[in-house]
Design a protein around this ligand. Structure first.
Ligand code: PLP
Length: 363
């Protein structure tokens, strides 16, 4: 059966790496997108077993799933601001720490908590360049009001999120400075900020110290970061049996658009797995920065020149993917590889794109 295999030992190894980098600071285990495709309940149990007592999710329903799975003692942080009544109610029902990133959200959370005759626990998000959630640093008066005058909100922390921590130390340093300036002003006003945190996986592993009081890490647990990180172990792989083996004559095209043409009689194996299962799905190219566009052009050119190839593995032996990968099918060259129909192949797939593959856990 085709599947996404999750190796629990590798996840545990990655958790330990993160703990070491965090140097004893509290860790928010980020479990968004079904724990990055690895499975929310399974990964939450591993984190718990490894002593992580704080979770972060982006959907209130995921917080409910965690509570229902027995994670009643952990802190759960909703990792985005919301002004929606249903979401705020659901979080208060399940003892989930809210995020407040705007005056609207502050008024909604405070008002709903007042109606419910309770005090809502919340953290404040600061927008230092993501442009989605968070108060701007210039809105410091509103931030101070939240700490001091909103009687039905208890602020327990303050955080920011770096947009370029995977690659740009200069921008990240400037954004860190913006955050530090704000922290200094708040402290000068006598505000006790609570727990301060900013580092995601890339900031933790690739940037100069951004660790503050705690870190918020998710993708590191998968062992896959936008840049190579030798400490971490890839915790997942996809597997798919060969469904068909055939010989193609020389000069035959393979796949949509016929971009590949056989150069000799070629023995192929067909695998019923494709882009709909996440195979060969990469980062989107939706950048408008000229620099990135050049970067993509260059890497395409390099790929063209060096014919960078994609491989699957059959019994540990690499077999080259021929032509474009289809929605549900992939063709590989096994002229030099011994293989039989039904035999299992291994493929590299980012688990976050592999939601349609059933998951299998090992070790
Ligand atoms: C996703 C997310 C994280 C975790 O990021 P990783 O790079 O996966 O570690 C941290 N903070 C926020 C706000 C996020 O959305």
């Amino acid at each position: 059966m085709k599947a996404l295999v999750v190796n629990r030992d590798c996840v545990r190894h990655n958790v330990r790496c993160v703990k070491e980098r965090a140097g004893g600071r509290p860790i928010y285990g980020v479990l968004k997108a079904d724990a990055y495709g690895m499975g929310l309940p399974e990964i939450a149990s591993i984190l718990s077993q490894e002593g992580i007592t704080r979770f972060a999710v982006t959907e209130p329903n995921d917080a409910v799933r965690l509570r229902n799975a027995g994670h009643t003692q952990q802190e759960i942080l909703l990792l985005r601001s919301t002004s929606r009544r249903e979401e705020i109610d659901l979080c208060l029902d399940h003892n989930v720490t809210l995020t407040i990133g705007s005056q609207d959200a502050a008024l909604a959370v405070n008002g709903i908590a007042e109606q419910r005759r309770t005090v809502a626990e919340a953290q404040i998000e600061i927008d230092i360049g993501m442009g989605r959630y968070g108060f701007l640093p210039s809105e410091i008066d509103k931030i101070i009001n939240l700490y001091q005058y909103m009687n039905n909100v208890a602020i327990t922390g303050l955080y920011a999120h770096f947009p370029s921590a995977f690659g740009n130390p200069k921008i990240t340093k400037a954004q860190k400075q913006t955050f530090d300036d704000l922290l200094e002003k708040l402290r000068a006003e006598g505000v006790d900020t609570g727990l301060v945190h900013a580092a995601n996986s890339s900031a933790l592993f690739f940037q100069e110290d951004c660790r503050y009081d705690a870190v918020r890490v998710g993708s590191a647990f998968t062992g896959r970061l936008p840049r190579r990180c030798k400490d971490l172990k890839p915790a997942t792989r996809a597997q798919c049996p060969i469904c068909e083996i055939r010989w193609l004559p020389k000069g035959m095209t393979v796949g949509y658009a016929g971009v590949y043409k056989t150069k000799r009689p070629t023995k192929i194996a067909v695998l019923a797995i494709g882009s709909a299962d996440g195979f060969c799905i990469g980062k989107e190219r939706d950048s408008w920065r000229l620099r990135d566009t050049f970067g993509y052009l260059l890497s395409d050119l390099k790929r063209g020149l060096t014919r960078r190839r994609v491989f699957v593995r059959i019994n540990g032996v690499p077999a080259r993917v021929l032509g474009h990968v289809g929605t549900g099918h992939t063709v590989v060259d096994i002229t030099e590889v011994s293989a039989l129909p039904g035999q299992m192949t291994e493929l590299d797939v980012n688990p976050i794109y592999a939601a349609r593959l059933p998951r299998v856990y090992e070790s």
